[in-house]
Each structure stands twice: as structure tokens, then as C-alpha cells.
Design a protein around this ligand. Sequence first.
Ligand SMILES: Nc1ncnc2c1ncn2[C@@H]1O[C@H](COP(=O)(O)OP(=O)(O)OP(=O)(O)O)[C@@H](O)[C@H]1O
Length: 751
Amino acid sequence: MVGTPVTPASKMIQRTPSTTPGGGTRVREEKILVTVRVRPLSRREQALYDLIAWDCPDDHTILFKNPNQERPATSYKFDKVFDPSCSTLKVYEEGAKNVALSALTGINATIFAYGQTSSGKTYTMRGITENAVTDIFEHIKNTQERAFVLKVSALEIYNESVIDLLNRESGHLRLLDDPERGIIVEKLVEEVVKDINHLRHLIGICEAQRQVGETSLNDKSSRSHQIIRLTVESSLREKSGCVKSFLASLNLVDLAGSERASQTNADGARFKEGSHINRSLLTLTTVIRKLSGGKRSGHVPYRDSKLTRILQPSLGGNARTAIICTMSPALSHVEQTRNTLSFATSAKEVTNNAQINMVVSDKKLVKHLQKEVERLEAELRSPEPSSASYLQSLLIEKNLQIEQMEREMKELKRQRDHAQSQLEQEKTARKEQKGTNQYGPSGQVARCLSFPVENGQVIGGKPTSEAQKRNVIGRQSMVRQSVTSTDPSMLVQEIRKLEQRQRQLGEEANRALEILHKDVASHTLGNQATAETIAKMLSDIKDMQEVSTFAGEIVNGEKVNAASLKEEITRLNSHESTIASLERKLDNVQKSIDMLVSSLATTTEDTPNYKVQSKKKIFPFALSNSSSMQNIIRSPCSPLTSSGGVVDNEIENRVPENSNALFCSNSLSRPSETTPLKSGKNGNSTPSREVTPASGSNSVNVKKMQRMFKNAAEENIRSIRAYVTELKERVAKLQYQKQLSSLPGVGARGK
Ligand SMILES: Nc1ncnc2c1ncn2[C@@H]1O[C@H](COP(=O)(O)OP(=O)(O)OP(=O)(O)O)[C@@H](O)[C@H]1O
């Protein structure tokens, strides 16, 4: 059973180039090689004084000479044109060898001769076969590193029946479609070739067995199509351990010649033979024509003849193919020759897709696996010292890595403990500081500028202390968490909170200063410089508030993704200059406060009749009691007033009921000067509130107020400055996050 070798899907392997002669090697898509051989005029043609109608002007062209001027000259071009003087060796070398020897490298090859009866097909194919066989054995001899197995089979298609030429008794053979091997001829004998002589002998048998008959054109006319198939399998010799083999076949096809019954004078058996021959050749022509038309030519009728079925792989399939078209130069055969050249012209356009066929021989595979098992067993019994030492060194390396990691963990723990203790110290220090300021002016101002708790409600009731502390600690931990977090939404939300704080700070500072401003203005006290300073502070703080407005652009509670984080970063980047400006403004405010305080001190100290002047115009606080200052600082921005929840221990900070009159009057003599402050909520008045401007405690009060004001202002500045620092850290952090998210593989995480 023989079929054209194909690489079974189950054993398909990667194609590899080869340097084996045959030139082939790589998988290729190539056109069929088409050559034309013109034989000399036969004795019979000469006897009939037939004219030579064809000329070969060059190696590629054949020209119809038109000796009788009956038809116009026509030229045809092919891969090669061999004139009558060319030897068969030359035809082989230039028109077949390359393709034929592809079989040695696993590429299927087919050489066939096509032409009318008596045109020289058998003559040519004999020479081609002989030369190919010689070259094949030559190659085997010169390729000692590979082991070759050469087999031969031969069949003829006679009257559409397939006959084994090496075993004629087997009768008509069937063609079978094998899913892996393609078309195979059932029961076809395949002889393993021992040597070149054995092959020659077998080929001799085939020729002897072939149907030959005498016609008027050819004494020994082949009445069948003959296919001699050499199957070549080669693999690297055993030592290499390679289990893959090249496997390909070389088809040497000598077709029966097309004939006209009128020319061959065929009748009876010859006529019948001629009909079959012509029919199968017609199918071959149709197949070639279809294939030459490309993929859009539709159905290719391979199955219409046994010849085309068997040759299917060689016609547009997995093979390299060379067609030698033989022709008589005689004018009497010009029509048949034209048909041949027409066929050859179509064949030139047919593309084949040859590939290297490699197989794994089961026998070799078993042998190889057995050896592999033996090797592994031996390795298990006595493991190689090199592998043991490798494992040991790997173990040591891992141990070292673990030790290093442990050291690093220890260091990190130490750092963490240190940071915690620092935090504790800071907390204690803050607690103490808050304790001392709790009832002092700066403490009150700090409360005045206190922030909302997380849920948006202001801290009322118990001032500062636990609730505020928890708030601060909670926020700090939130900041720490967000700094270490890569969650964009957490980062952005934290920024929003900070920005809201900034806004509140600005608003409250503004309101506090507005009160101060009003007070100064309403009493026309203080000097012009003081009023200007306060006005400037107001303007600066207003600017600072404007800076914070961008926070309001952020929609609270929306889900933040990487894209909005990027927007956020861009936005923050764009506000970096604003932050810098904020800092500058803060500095200005600080300076203004310093100036203001020092100006107050100067005014107080430099005025000898201070008591009189202060009564009339200079210093508002001198005319008031300390509650006036407290009102300036606290009211109306204090959370206490906004919440309305004033606790008992702060009752002395309440706004006097006549505060409106106090603030609206431009008079030099203020009603409050002579009107004792009404009692507070509890209806009690305190002696301190009833102190008149003439009282001897004025200078003490002024100093106290100076201190209070300065403390409160500085507290505000500290808070705002801390906020700005925090905001800058946020920007830096977001920029870092942005860089992280732009790294390959990291960015995707945030998407
Ligand atoms: N190139 C050639 N040089 C010399 N003689 C040739 C050449 N080609 C063919 N001949 C001779 O021409 C005759 C016919 O050749 P051949 O039998 O090979 O033709 P064919 O095409 O096989 O014919 P058929 O189709 O009938 O079998 C033979 O006697 C052969 O020796």
C-alpha cells in the first residue's frame, strides 16, 4: 500500500531547513517547473519529408516557424526549452534533478513527461529515471551521517485500471482515501531497495510489465500511464538519539501519449486504449487549467480520473513538480504540439505548496524512550554530585535571604516603635499645651477656629479636649493610611477633607479679623497704620479663601477611579503655584499680626497720658474689658455662637447684650464706657466686667490683650501653615502615585 508521504497531523513537527542537495529544503510555495523538449525528426517523419515547423531561438523560447506561411509565427516561453540536440542528461540536470532530489530532504517530488504519442516521453523519462537513481545513490553514499531506507513501487493505469507492475497477479488495485496519508493504492507492492542494481532491476521489471502496443506512429507505444514511485526515508544515525526522519516520495511518471485515432490508425483494442488515454489526459488538462486559474477557478476535478487522483498531491499540493513536455518538431504534428504547448502554458501557472515531511518512527521512538528510562533510572540510583551541590548552594542562598529579611523586619519594628513613642510624646505635649490654653484667649481662639467633626457638625459643648483630640488623631491616622494606601478614592477624599478645612480656616480667620476691623473702625481708635494692616490681613485671608475654592469643585462621595485621580493630580499641580502663594500670604498675615501687636504695644507704652487718650480714640480694647476682645475673637464665627450651645464655664465670654451699640457707635465716648455690662446668662455680673476705663488695670489689660491676640493669631497661623504643609505633602504623594500608575503593569492596577 503506497501513498504520497504526508506528515500526519499527529506527528507534525516544525519544519527545519536542510542542506541536502536538491536545493529544496525550505517549505515553499512554487510554480510547477515546466520545460519543453523537442526531439529530432523521427525516421518515419523524415521518410515522409515532413518539415520542421519549430525553432528554439534561446533556452526559454520555442517559436513556430510557419514554413508554409500558412499561419503567423507564434512563440512560447517556458522555464527551459531543450532543442533536438540536447542530451537527456542536460534535460535531467536542468529540468528535473533539482526537483527529483528534493525527495532526499523530505519533500515530495514528481517528474512527469507529457506529450503526444511518439513525442519522446518514454525516451526522456527513462533517462531521467536512470539519472535520478544514480544521483540518489550517490547522495546516500555521501551522506553517512544519515541512514536511508529506499523503497520502490510501480503501477500503471491501463484503461482506467490500476495495475501493480511489480506484482501483476494482484489484478486491478483500488484507490483508497486515507485521512492521514491521502490517496493510497491498496495492496500495491513496495519493495525495499537493497542497492542501485536492485533498483535498476526492479525498474526493468516494471518496464517489462508495462502495456506497450504498436501504432502507426510508434512501434512501442505506451498504452498506459506508468508511475514509478521511490520512497526515501532518512534519519540521523542512532548515536544522535534523534527520532525524527525525513520521508518523501519521488514519482517518475511516464504518461501515455495523446493521439488521434486518424493518425494512429487505431482500431479495436488500440482505439479503446486511446480513448481511455485521451479521457484521462483531458482530465489532467482540466485539472491543470483549473489550478492555473488560481483559487477562484472553482472545483478541481481530481477525482474524474485515476491518474489525477493519484497525482493529486503533485498538482497544486504538497510536492515539487517538474513537467517535461515532449514534442515532435514535424509540421504534420503541429496541432497536437500546439495542444501540448497550451497544456504546458497552463501548467506554468500552477502553484504547489511543498513542505518537508518528517515523521517519528514508532520503532525508533520506543527505542529512544527505553534509553531515556534507563538513563533516568540510573540517575535516580546515583544522583549526580553536581545536582546535590547545586541544591545545597540553593539552600544556603535561601537561608541567607531569610536571615536578611529577618534583620530587615527587626529594623522596621524598631523604627515603628520609635515612631510610636515619638507620637505619644507629641500627644502628651499637645495635651499639656491644650490644658494650659483651655481657658486662655488663644485656647478660645483656637476653639473659635476649630474644625467640624467628620460628620460635618461642629464641636460644641465640651470645648476641645477629647472630641477634638479624637478628631485630630483620627484624621492623622487617616492621613497615614491614605499615604500608604494606593487607593485613589481614599487619597482624593483625604484631599477633599483637607481642602474643606482650609476653607473653614480662611472663613473663620476672616470673620475674626472683620470683627477686629469693625472694632477699630467703629471706635476710630488706633492709628491709620493699624487699620491698614488689618485691612491688608483681611484681603490676604480673602485671597486664601479663594485659593481653597477649588476644593469645592470636587464632587463629594463620587467613586474615584484612576482617571479622576489623574485629573485630581493635574488639578493639584495647577494649584501648586496657588499653594506657594498661599504660603506667601500666610507669611504676610503673620507679619501683619506681628506689626499690629507691636504697634499696639508701642501705642500703649509710648503714650504718656494713655488713660485719657485711650478713652477718646486710640485703643478700643482699653475702653472695653477683656470680654470685648473675646467677643472680637470668638463672635460671630465661633462654633459656640453658631451652635448656640454655650457652656457654663464659658459664660464670661458671652457677647454683651448692648454689643450692637458698642460696635455701631462712632462716638468717642462709648456707651459701654459708662454702662456696666449686663449680667451674663446667669444674670450675674462680674466685677471685672464693670471695670471702667479709668480703672488702674488698663495697662495690664492691654498687655494681656496683646498677648491674647497674638496667641490667638499665631494659633490660627500655625493651623493654616500646618494645613499648607499637609497639602504640599498631599501633592507630592499624588505625584508619586501618578508616577507609580504610569509604570508598565502598575498603571493597569488602578484601571
Ligand atoms: N530526444 C530523442 N532523441 C532521439 N530519439 C528520440 C528522442 N525522443 C524520442 N526518440 C525516439 O522516438 C521514438 C518515440 O519515442 P517514445 O516512445 O519515447 O515516444 P512516446 O512519447 O513515449 O510515445 P508513446 O506515447 O506512444 O509511448 C522512439 O523510437 C525514441 O527512441
